[in-house]
Design a protein around this ligand. Sequence first.
Ligand code: MSP
Length: 519
Amino acid sequence: MPSLQGIARAENKVLSFYITTPIYYLNGAPHLGHAYTTVITDALARFWQLWGHPTYFLTGTDEHGQKIVEAAQKASEAPEHYVDHASELFRTMTADVGADANDFIRTTEARHIKGAQAFWEKLTQGGWIYKGSYKGWYAVRDEAFYKESEIVDGKAPTGAPVSWVEEPCYFFKLSAFQDKLLDFYAKNPDFIVPHGRFNEAKRWVEQGLQDLAISRSTFKWGVPVPGDADHIMYVWIDALSNYITALGYPDHTNLMQTFWPHARHVIGKDILRFHGIYWPAFLMAAGLEPPKQLLVHGWWTVEGEKMSKSLNNVLAPKDLIGTYGLDPLRYFLLRHVPFGGDGNFSDEAMCTRLNSDLSNSLGNLLQRTLAFIHKRTGCVPHANAPTLSAALVSWMGALESEAEQHMTAAETHRYLTYLWQGVALGNQFIDDLAPWILAKSKAPEDQERLANGLRQVLDTLYTLARYLQPIIPESARKILAQLGYEGPPLALRAPSFQLKGGRPLPKPAPLFEKREQSV
Ligand code: MSP
């Protein structure tokens, strides 16, 4: 993948980043899967912000459609009331998982309805919408139409139950976009990552596209179709447009101009078809650029099982945070599965990561270094050449390019693997340096070696803490505080704060408590 810095230099400007989560359906409470999507998006947004790019992070809730009508009925509430408190649960989840979003959009907000209708009108003006009638299968769980040929054993290919629908509706001329989409894909080889998912989308398009039903007329809970009170918009055209209505579409706002050309949508693999095919086609039809990139993640199971209400294994983010702590959970989610792959959440795996990676490795490096310094001088050592460990020097030298490369592909697991190489090198270096022996020597060269060695470890910890800010913001802040920095998050490259010899360090405190596995 080309370096983003390279692209920015070539275009002679600072790249912006517009990073979004999907907007969440309100048919249930937030769970681990939603928390995962939000945490990755937050980590990427924080990373690019601290890498020096103007960054805008959007999340929100998808509040229309049949699925929500059914959920409201189940709760014996009117949809208007139901969505108000259901949406609050997601707003709270966003804060609970430490996500620092710039905006939270709800599709029932006036700003969204106005923008979605303007988008529809634009498609109508372009001649991309016509009226007809739909006869076929619909799965409320997926909010998707299915062809007869896609039905397997009376169900959608996703396993969702389907029902037969016959209703007048508007269609979008999706069939006209096959070549345009294939051409767009060819010109944008990194449009969808991981590339395996891109191939999946290409195959669907190559197999041919049918026009898409984009309105419903058998219920009322949706954005009214402009000029036809009998129809509401199909929930996916309504939902997808959130990514632009939140920036002020149809107005040419600063947000729209600064961020829309740099949109990156983080999505789960289940909603690839909507984002990889329908969304770019709608946008091209409306005369707007398709998003820059889709970052497609896998799905989580719990102790080997699919999460489901019937199995009573739906994990609530709040409970997980209560049990393991926020940063251990964030670290686990971002480290445990390769981006794009499916993951299995288990208490055993979570405890192993917490105890081994956070407490034994990182925590130990921090604690043994700072406790040693605290017992002796309590200050950052005066060092003249803190480069005793050639391995740490070369680790540090490659860090920027490794970090940029991995985060460009949303590969937080690789980013963290690289950071933990630094942790391991740091621990190894202290073992080799044996500061407790050097400290007993009066020889000036031993004292110099001690100062240089400790300083190199402190520099490593300081760098690690900065690079951990996007992943485990609160713990990174605490590490920085133990290194004598308190203030706003620090730039990853060329930070405004430097460790200086002689600066007093506060009393160190352990960061990560080990946890026994539950039986
Ligand atoms: N409302 C649509 C998205 C519209 S975006 C214009 C939707 N909502 S959802 O609530 O069902 O899913 C939101 C996100 O949560 C998706 O990215 C989905 O992949 C993710 N997850 C839901 N369950 C999940 C797991 N078990 N594991 C990982 N992520 C999963 O789709």
